[in-house]
Design a protein around this ligand. Structure first.
Ligand SMILES: NC(=O)c1ccc[n+]([C@@H]2O[C@H](COP(=O)([O-])OP(=O)(O)OC[C@H]3O[C@@H](n4cnc5c(N)ncnc54)[C@H](O)[C@@H]3O)[C@@H](O)[C@H]2O)c1
Length: 366
């Protein structure tokens, strides 16, 4: 039986999802991209070890690609790492006629997409996401960039990849904590746009999900629908930021203060708890649904314990959020599960209150 492939077009990029996604990539490399003078593969220390051999077993021609390997982890999503990538491409003779294949999670696709888009004023790049986060979110929609002094995604640009190839098989080597991280964005996709998907997700304990492919396809459909209505995030695409203002504050705080920092998804999960609370306080999100959201998150994610002294620092970090307008926080909030509204102004006092209450929310699942 022929293997299924699902095709989407998201923000101008063709997206191929399924068992034969890598065969699709192979065909494109010998077709559309056969004129590329040099093919670079960007990976981190983990994806070069676990994913590159799989990629070359499907596409032997990539064994001779020029590999660029960077350190793994958010703390390396920086301009300094980009400089290394640019340097390696320059030394190898890379130019606008080269192609970069980003093989990794969101750190690699964000950084590689940015590095390719400004190298020689822009070379083509493809994304081959290897983490759940990458498959359902980071590799899609053309947002590329790096962090600046631990502040998230401060430097970057919108730039469409020439293709995204989502092969769920890569998840077999992804550590459980990283799978969970991607699951947070899956919950978010459901919360902002699709109550049926949410109800489906909460029926299956995350730890026993074995068939990710159908869930990935549903999550990609949600992201694609939203992004295609507003590729440059002028209005509805902001819905995808639910949980991210407070989540990025947790992520930055944790990167600065913890030896073993929160993953992106863990931080977003904590951010969603706070923003569900703000939704309840401001736009009529019901108490019952708020508790359902908090409970579902805390069934899967550890409650991140913050000392009261940390609240000032977390509030201060939210002041640097890219989405702020005229010095005020602009949040996406929930009216109901599956029903979100973007562009909601929020006062600092309420952020502070949500953070104080955050320390209590663990009680809901005790
Ligand atoms: N551009 C966007 O629209 C967008 C959306 C969501 C998230 N993001 C960004 O994505 C990043 C988070 O992505 P992430 O969670 O994938 O993080 P990541 O890329 O750091 O990957 C997490 C860890 O898993 C490892 N890994 C990845 N795939 C593996 C595999 N198949 N086998 C073994 N190890 C593997 C990586 O080496 C890394 O250690 C953040 O920087 C976030 O800001 C971007």
């Amino acid at each position: 039986m022929a293997k299924k492939i699902h095709k989407f077009k998201i923000a101008g990029s063709p997206v191929f999802v399924g068992q034969s996604a890598l065969e699709e990539l192979k065909a494109h490399l010998t077709g559309n991209f056969s004129n590329k003078e040099i093919i670079f593969v960007l990976a981190d220390e983990n994806t070069i070890k676990h994913c590159f051999p799989v990629l070359t077993s499907f596409i032997p021609q990539l064994s001779s690609a020029a590999t660029i390997v960077v350190s793994h982890g958010e703390e390396f999503k920086t301009l300094e790492t980009c400089e290394r990538v640019w340097n390696e491409m320059a030394v190898a003779g890379g130019n606008r006629r080269s192609l970069l294949i980003n093989l990794g999670g969101g750190m690699i696709t964000d950084l590689g997409g940015f590095a390719a888009s400004v190298f020689h004023r822009g070379m083509d790049y493809l994304n081959v996401p290897t983490s759940l986060m990458g498959m359902i979110d980071a590799s899609l929609g053309g947002k590329t960039g790096v962090d600046l002094y631990s502040l998230k995604n401060q430097i970057g640009l919108f730039s469409a990849s020439k293709g995204v190839y989502v092969w769920p098989g890569f998840l077999s080597t992804l550590p459980h904590r990283q799978l969970l991280s991607g699951y947070a964005e899956m919950l978010k996709h459901a919360l902002i746009a699709d109550a049926t998907f949410w109800n489906r997700l909460i029926k299956i304990p995350m730890a026993v999900i074995s068939n990710w492919e159908d869930l990935i396809i549903e999550a990609i459909e949600i992201k694609g629908d939203i992004v295609n209505k507003d590729p440059e995030e002028m209005n509805v695409r902001r819905k995808l930021n639910f949980g991210h203002t407070m989540g990025h504050a947790f992520e930055t705080y944790s990167l600065r203060n913890d030896e073993n920092p929160l993953t992106h998804g863990e931080a977003i999960a904590m951010g969603m708890i706070c923003e569900a609370y703000i939704s309840y306080r401001t736009i009529g999100f019901s108490h019952e649904q708020r508790d359902e959201v908090v409970k579902q998150i805390l069934l899967n994610f550890n409650h991140y314990k913050i000392p009261t002294e940390a609240i000032d620092e977390l509030v201060e970090i939210t002041n640097y959020d890219k989405k702020n307008e005229k010095g005020r926080l602009m949040l996406t909030l929930l009216k109901g599960i599956g029903n979100s509204v973007e562009g909601q102004k929020c006062e600092t006092a309420l952020v502070r209150e949500a953070l104080f209450r955050f320390t209590d929310f663990g009680r809901l699942v005790e």
